[in-house]
Design a protein around this ligand. Structure first.
Ligand SMILES: [Zn+2]
Length: 179
């Protein structure tokens, strides 16, 4: 079975997501569905801060939390808010290929040099900053990470439906993931 399923027709959407805001997101973004009007959020989307991603969705349709690698471990209060006050019952986690949060250690020198040159930091501070935070933000592999993050959130918020997805930055399409 293929791990990634590109959504090219309505029939590609997994049955458990059909007729839900998760299925609608796939229809709006991948299938060019006409944008409906919303007065209230239907969904919470967690996605990477990466600049290569843009979603086609209606106004008011979704809360969006953007964090490196779609890592929501440090955004819990915002998730709780979207559920408790915003009333959303669905979460979509969108990882993407070529993500900068994969193999962070390879960019250590660039990170330190960049902070020194672009931000005016001392080299030692920049080194310490990297070594402290890189392990918290490293995601390992985009697909595995977004699956594990979905599992974690399902345990944390048992009544909420959580769907992991992958955004392909080469064709700008969303893919469902066979877990
Ligand atoms: Zn990324």
């Amino acid at each position: 079975m293929k791990r990634l399923v590109e959504i090219k027709t309505i029939g590609d959407i997994f049955p458990e997501y059909k007729g839900t805001p998760i299925g609608l997101l796939l229809e709006y973004h991948n299938l060019n569905k006409k944008l409906d009007k919303y007065s209230q959020a239907q969904l919470l989307i967690g996605m990477c801060m990466d600049n290569r991603k843009h979603l086609r969705i209606p106004d008011n349709f979704s809360y969006i939390i953007r964090a490196g690698g779609a890592n929501l471990r440090y955004s819990e209060f915002k998730i709780s808010y979207a559920i408790a006050v915003g009333g959303v019952r669905y979460i979509v986690l969108i990882g993407h290929n070529k993500c900068g949060m994969v193999n962070l250690i390879a960019r250590k020198e660039q990170f330190i040099k960049g902070l020194v040159e672009n931000a005016g930091w001392e080299k030692e501070w920049a080194e310490e900053h990297f070594m402290h935070f890189a392990p918290m933000f490293e995601i390992g592999n985009e697909i595995d990470f977004v699956i594990s993050e979905a599992k974690r959130l399902r345990l944390r918020y048992p009544k909420i439906t959580v769907a992991p997805m992958l955004y392909n930055v080469d064709n700008s399409k969303l893919h469902l993931i066979n877990e």
